[in-house]
Design a protein around this ligand. Structure first.
Ligand SMILES: [Zn+2]
Length: 138
């Protein structure tokens, strides 16, 4: 099979690289932090994240839902910076960190919160807010 560069598809490094990027982009690698609500269990010190399948909020990062970039942008759109997507790589996390409803939390000894007062966390939120709301900044 020939690719758009008229090479044998398997031999085209460009097409293989594109496929790889597309595949990575399609993976759910975003959490959504909610600036609209405050947590009620940690004295307002923990950021709240969207749970799995847009089903409420969680303060435990392990139970935050993972969304594709496309879905994350869709959720964030029109919220004027109230719902902010963050790529989990920025948090130093991999997909395995997150627990689905099926895998549950029983094997974990700790739960992780995202402290609202931490300067680095503030920086991450501000940066992503600028990325996703650059058109409405001001
Ligand atoms: Zn090609």
């Amino acid at each position: 099979m020939q690719c758009k560069h008229e090479l044998e598809y398997k031999q085209c490094a460009d097409c293989q690289a594109e496929d790889y990027v597309e595949m990575v982009n399609a993976l759910p690698r975003y959490v959504i932090v909610c600036m609209r609500h405050r947590d009620m269990l940690f004295g307002g010190n923990a950021h709240l994240f969207w749970s799995l399948d847009s089903n409420g909020y969680t303060a435990a990062l392990e139970t935050a839902g993972l969304y594709t970039e496309e879905k994350a942008r869709e959720i964030a759109a029109g919220t004027h910076g109230q719902e902010i997507p963050i790529n989990i790589a920025e948090l130093g996390l991999e997909q395995e960190f997150f627990r689905t409803a099926e895998s549950g939390l029983k094997e974990l000894s700790t739960l992780t919160i995202f402290n609202v007062h931490n300067p680095r966390n503030k920086e991450i939120i501000e940066r992503n807010k600028r990325i996703y709301y650059s058109d409405s900044a001001g």
